[in-house]
Design a protein around this ligand. Structure first.
Ligand code: SF4
Ligand code: SF4
Length: 160
């Protein structure tokens, strides 16, 4: 009998699920599907940002990348996104330490900082909608590039 077991109502033993992969597997050791599944689908990182030339500080705007679906908050052409948006940053364990502008809610940042995934993360809730229900996603809060003025007029603080 394994140590990881528990009794069911009939007294028989059933195997217990171990801790989820994101608690046991370092970011650098994750498989591609595991890595991709960490994205909560919030769309926050897909907003245009402005970098202060003097301080290097990055400010978010409420203007979405042209490929962002404003309802689902997903990329409309994720696989071939660089055809349309060459400067889209590909997240990886290597570049993660350099991406201080990632929102504090981002799962990659949370795990990199040794924190836990929150209840609304789809991997925890089992439901892709909780990121919207919790008000974390950009749904209803952003505009398309085509409707935007100068980015300076669209700076927001909530993604940070
Ligand atoms: S901020 Fe992080 S979790 Fe949210 S969409 Fe971007 S990569 Fe995914
Ligand atoms: S190209 Fe897609 S993944 Fe990259 S910033 Fe735009 S919407 Fe997001």
């Amino acid at each position: 009998m394994s140590a990881n077991s528990s009794a069911n109502t009939n007294g028989a033993k059933e195997p217990e699920a171990g801790p989820p992969f994101w608690r046991t597997t370092p970011l650098s050791a994750m498989t591609r599907p595991q890595w991709e599944s960490l994205c909560d689908g919030c769309g926050r990182c897909c907003l245009h940002k402005i970098e202060d030339a003097d301080t290097g500080e990055v400010h978010y705007t409420n203007v979405a990348c042209r490929l962002l679906n404003l309802h689902t908050c997903g990329c409309k052409n994720y696989k071939n996104r660089w055809d349309d948006v060459p400067d889209c940053v590909e997240l990886s364990p290597v570049v993660l330490p350099n991406l201080q502008w990632l929102p504090s809610t981002c799962a990659y940042r949370l795990l990199y900082e040794g924190k836990v995934l929150p209840w609304w993360h789809p991997l925890v809730s089992g439901n892709r909608d909780t990121v919207h229900q919790a008000g974390i996603s950009v749904r209803g809060r952003v505009i398309a590039e085509s409707r935007a003025d100068l980015l300076d007029y669209h700076v927001v603080t909530w993604p940070e």
